[in-house]
Write a protein that binds this ligand. Sequence first.
Ligand code: 4AD
Ligand code: MG
Length: 464
Amino acid sequence: MERTNTAIVDLLNSREFNREVIVKGWVRTRRGKKNINFIALNDGSTIHNIQIVVEVNNFDEELIKAITTGASIGIRGELVPSQGKGQNVEILAREITLYGQADPAEYPLQKKGHSLEFLREIAHLRFRTNTFGAVTRIRHAMSFAIHNFFNEHRFYYLHTPIITGSDAEGAGEMFRVTTLDMKNPPGNNNGGIDYTKDFFGKETNLTVSGQLEAELGALALSKVYTFGPTFRAENSNTPRHLAEFWMVEPEMAFYDNEDNMDLAEEFTRYLVRYALDHCYDDLEFLNKMYDDQLLERLRFVVDNTYERITYTRAVEILEKADSNWEFPVEWGVDLQAEHEKYLVEEHFKKPVIVVDYPRDIKAFYMKQNDDGKTVRAMDVLFPRIGEVIGGSQREEEYDKLNHRIEELDIPKEELWWYLETRKYGTVPHSGFGLGFERLMLFITGLSNIRDVIPFPRTPKSAEF
Ligand code: 4AD
Ligand code: MG
């Protein structure tokens, strides 16, 4: 059969009837009457299947028998208005090509309604489910929307490195990259490993963030963003953490933290609206199957502004709250998921941006406030998810940044190039990082981050 098949989504939307079409895809079901069979076919272009009407007598009996759930077929036939309920169009089959069978006795997706946990164990096949098809299409649409948004706002897409020699967040949660023989590594004089013998002649890791390099770009091109994979070896086995996740990081020269928050708000609202406008069928499905408040919640975010409060105010609210915290709150501690949830879901009942966090719980690069205690950080907290964005105004003053790097004992040889940008033509600037899978959790209404990325990497798990 020719390669020129039409995507099912286009056929379902078509009203040009009585023409010959070719479709190819995977069988969801085949229902039989004696003379007529109905095949529900899906090719991943939409959550909906197209119905193929087969006059059994026109085809080889063995061929029809082999068309079971999961089999891959091509159909040449006539597109006609449907007689039955549930669809507007259907295809009367003239020619059928069987590409691959799927033995009903063994095919794991023979029946509908598997748990998401089970589907994780068959990640190689879960693309074929309605849920994962929807997630994959939404992931695509969100990626596309991100590039669209920044392109429209004159940001340049900057490819920042995946292998780095610095720890951008200073949290020491990095995966090492090495070609040394780990069974017999070259030693140095201090009983350690001699990394000058390693591939790059120094210690290198997978990046935890593209921010530092994005700053270099912003200090020439004014507005840039990176969108790539980042890696964190934090041992958090939670529904919100991955060891490999995608992050969107815009960085803007001449933006203060207010401008930064305005952008974060406009950006996230744009993405939610884009999903409602372009992924409605998939969202409707997810709303029906997993979270009947999903659409309502998405519309709420589009229609309302976010609350903005200081960390100090947030702590006051949490201290007064009538809750039994697992992690007690006092000024100076980092906010935990339970606290973020309380602020967003119980207290304000809308997305919240928290600013001016204590200096000691945030990264070295953040702009220091005059109070000597806080930095110009901002975290965006979303319902059900908690932190979806972390960002800040950056410290652009050479002396202050240099002092902070020394205070924290960060090796200068890792960061001399970053410091130099504060020596030559430094400007106030700001940026943030959006956790792409956290956004996907919000958009899809699913509750485990392992279900919104095709191949999740988590502690003790990297099978597929
Ligand atoms: O708050 P984080 O650590 O900020 C940064 O890395 C900054 N360099 C960003 C910047 O200013 N350019 O991470 C940013 C976001 C978080 O808000 C969260 O949404 C997501 O990345 N994130 C994770 N997502 C999944 N799994 C993890 N382990 C994550 N850690 C952070
Ligand atoms: Mg953060």
